[in-house]
Design a protein around this ligand. Structure first.
Ligand code: GDP
Length: 298
């Protein structure tokens, strides 16, 4: 991901090398090129505008550091602004003070929710937690089975509907999962919910009903980074329909241009918390804005 953006920005900075100081024209030309690079990376227009304005203002007003030449100075400004739009600090999970922490996953079908649920549970185990996965996606015929297979691979127990567990009723399954966690002393519950191929009122309502029933500590919106600007539109719909605390970007191993990653925080006000980049259960980690910015500018 970000390959084109990285190349474009590198070219822009190259043009500044060897300059003793930056003229107004240099700053304007650089700002124009950064704007094009971000638009080509599919970053949302308001985010691009804000970003470029901030870079320009800082390039004009910043004390010229003795240690940095103008090109390095611009790289530093762009780095800082990238960190800023990516959310600044790494946003860590908030665990419940008492009883099991409940994490609800929401997102479109195909976003990678079920795959992610197992990765998250595996990661939680590595953090010393004892997670329980709850299969409340009863829409997709194979979702429960897929979660069971993935859960097994991750070495995590899966609570799935069976007679008495609320077959056909995702709200009852989710509630049952939390009860089961309390009984069996699992300290984190990860609830997988149903998605649809597109934004759909019934799906939103179901996720909202599950949310009301289990009162999650964190609602995570799972989104495929490959869908670019659509990720932002979908996020907005989920924010209105269900609400969420953080974003999980999936498929970062693909050749997405990066627009989703760079836009979603500014547009929704919610941070990217986790990044998922592959089919293996270990291809998953907290999202670190500073590392991502460095990777883009590497
Ligand atoms: P769900 O409908 O949201 O539960 O999505 P799934 O978890 O079933 O994932 C949909 C497809 O995307 C599957 O073929 C997954 O193997 C694939 N997938 C999920 N996460 C990733 C990822 O991080 N990278 C790649 N390359 N593929 C992924």
């Amino acid at each position: 991901m970000f390959a084109t953006l990285s190349d474009r920005l590198a070219d822009t900075f190259k043009n500044l090398r060897g300059k003793g100081r930056l003229s107004e024209a240099d700053i304007d030309a650089t700002a124009r090129e950064i704007r094009i690079a971000l638009l080509e990376a599919d970053v949302a227009l308001p985010v691009v505008k804000e970003f470029v304005a901030a870079v320009k203002e800082r390039a004009r007003s910043e004390e010229v550091s003795q240690a940095l030449n103008p090109a390095q100075q611009i790289v530093k400004i762009v780095h800082d602004e990238l960190v800023e739009i990516l959310g600044g600090e790494t946003r860590r999970l908030r665990y419940a003070k008492s009883g099991p922490t409940v994490i609800l996953l929401a997102g479109l079908q195909g976003a990678g929710k079920t795959t992610l649920a197992a990765k998250l549970a595996h990661w939680l185990k590595e953090q010393g937690k004892s997670p329980l996965l709850v299969a409340a996606d009863l829409q997709r015929p194979n979702a429960v089975n897929q979660l069971q297979v993935n859960g097994e691979r991750a070495g995590v127990t899966v609570f799935a509907p069976e007679p008495g567990n609320g077959v056909g009723d995702p709200v009852a399954v989710a509630r049952g999962g939390v009860e089961e966690a309390k009984r069996t002393l699992h300290d984190v519950v990860v609830v997988d919910t149903a998605g649809r191929l597109g934004v759909d009122a019934e799906m939103m309502q179901q996720a909202a009903d599950i949310r009301d029933a289990v009162q999650p500590d964190e609602v995570l919106f799972v989104v495929d980074a490959m869908i670019g600007q659509d990720a932002v539109t979908t996020a907005q719909a989920f924010l209105d329909g269900v609400g969420f605390d953080g974003v999980v970007l999936t498929k970062l191993d693909g050749d997405a241009r990066g627009g989703a990653a760079l836009s979603i925080r500014s547009v929704t006000g919610r941070p990217v918390m986790f990044a998922s980049a592959g089919e293996k259960v270990t291809d998953f980690d907290l999202f670190h804005p500073d590392r991502m910015a460095s990777r883009i500018l590497d």
